[in-house]
Design a protein around this ligand. Sequence first.
Ligand code: PGA
Length: 233
Amino acid sequence: MIWAISGIVGAPMHKLIIANWKAHKLHNQVEPWLAAVGIPPADLDVVVAAPFTLLSQFSGLPAERMALGAQDVSPFPLGAYTGEVAADQLADLGVQYCLVGHSERRQYFGETNESVVAKSRLLVESGIKPVVCVYQENLTSQLTALAAIGIKDVAVVYEPPDAIGTGRNAALDEVQAARQAAQSLSTGTFLYGGSVTELNIKEYLMVCDGALVGGASLDGGQFAKLLQAASVN
Ligand code: PGA
């Protein structure tokens, strides 16, 4: 019998569900959230992208619970860059995934395709998977810029800005078209983000490898329901 590294050859890949907490939550809210979420279904890979201030609280979390993600990283390595958090510092805390290029960072903090490339390079060097957020207008330019320096094995999140937090989640055919556009430029997983809830996640998982979940991840009980809906078991 032939076995693949992560299971039986031909077995369906685990779906990747990333909770994006944005700038929400304080220290005393982490434990109650974890208790409400419980142990996620075994057929899902679950990541919590927590604010920098809370990352160390997740550091000792058993691997079967969830993996740790960050929401941003410095475009510079360790050094004299006041106020920044370097990729090596994230890796030191056990961070395995890091969002880059989220549309809120592009809109409010001057994130560009170029800074996403610089950040992704440092993340890869630190052993952290870049989770590259794009939308229709920058999907091709962003993924081309990454591919140009040999970075193709990233998680791509297709996330139209007007779908974020509005309840106006994107149509499946739009997501499928984006997936097709990303296919020649990236070899990694393809996720959808934007008003994902327990009610619509199953549809997106039919055409995507996972989802980035903002608002519906904040309440532990609601997130647990979303994970149940996402599980095939
Ligand atoms: P939302 O946010 O699920 O609240 O739309 C998603 C995101 O911005 O990552």
